[in-house]
Ligand binder design. Structure first.
Ligand code: IGP
Length: 261
């Protein structure tokens, strides 16, 4: 059992309970009342086309490997700081048991700025796509190692039906090949090994050559300095997902600007 297996088992139970307590019609009404999806991948592509580092800045209170990351956690303030600092998109953890996240954090962050927002959670059921849209998400995450090919395709189809973009997360070349069978062309390499929690962003280099043509490629996890980003960019990676290193800063806007300004 990896930590991911444990988290996904908890998530399946959680989704079963929530789905039983919520009518689909009610969720559809909430989804319809949201402002339309903000193009997540398109925003990244525009930033890269303009010759800049495209940052997905993560609003992350805690994690299983690091415990509490940010004591004075304030999602709307962090969202504004990230936007002011030049981030292209936001990622907001909504998983409660392992990351101390909450859907209210996503709602508050999205309302506080005009950046597209990824719902960072463990998608195990297509129902979560509608749920994500009902809270205002613009994109969801699909972790390839968490699902079989059929479930991946079903979750992706449900997301597309809701107008959401899908960030497909891989850890190795076998997973990259499975990701390539999906239609999303937004692929992230998680540089954190979920068995050991070790992070090496150079893991990205081994995988990027296996990415399908024309995809938007994101390096995720363990990035902490401008030098890390510049090194990745020199290898052709221009999109980055960063949480902890920014969440630990007193002045989040200034730290963000230093990364991508
Ligand atoms: O805080 P970091 O090391 O900058 O990492 C951010 C992000 O990549 C990480 O939170 C993450 C990547 N994939 C995930 C899947 C689920 C939860 C969290 C994650």
């Amino acid at each position: 059992m990896t930590i991911l297996d444990t988290i996904c088992a908890t998530k399946r139970e959680e989704v079963r309970t929530r789905r039983a307590a919520t009518s689909r019609a009610a969720l559809e009404a909430l989804a319809a009342a949201q402002t339309p999806p903000r193009g997540f991948r398109a925003a990244l592509d525009r930033t890269v086309a303009a010759g800049r580092h495209a940052l997905i800045a993560e609003i992350k209170k805690a994690s299983p490997s690091k415990g509490l990351i940010r004591a004075d956690f304030d999602p709307p303030a962090h969202a504004r700081a990230y936007a002011d600092g030049g981030a292209t998109c936001l990622s907001v953890l909504t998983d409660a048991p392992y990351f101390q996240g909450h859907e209210d954090y996503l709602k508050a962050a999205r309302a506080a700025c005009d950046l597209p927002v990824l719902r960072k959670d463990f998608t195990v059921d297509p129902w979560q796509a509608l749920e994500a849209r009902s809270i205002g998400a613009d994109a969801i995450l699909l972790i390839v190692s968490a699902l079989d090919d059929v479930a991946l395709a079903e979750c992706e189809a449900a997301a597309i039906e809701q107008g959401l973009d899908v960030l497909v997360e891989v850890h190795d070349t076998a997973e990259m090949e499975r990701a390539a069978k999906l239609s999303s062309r937004l692929i992230g390499v998680n540089n954190r090994d979920l068995k050991t929690f070790e992070v090496d962003f150079r893991r990205t280099y081994a995988l990027m050559t296996h990415a399908p043509a024309g995809c938007t490629f994101v390096a995720e996890s363990g990035l902490s300095t401008r030098t890390d980003l510049d090194e990745l960019a020199a290898h052709g990676v221009h999109c980055f997902l960063i949480g902890e290193a920014l969440m630990r800063q007193n002045d989040v806007a200034a730290a963000t600007r230093a990364m991508v300004g």
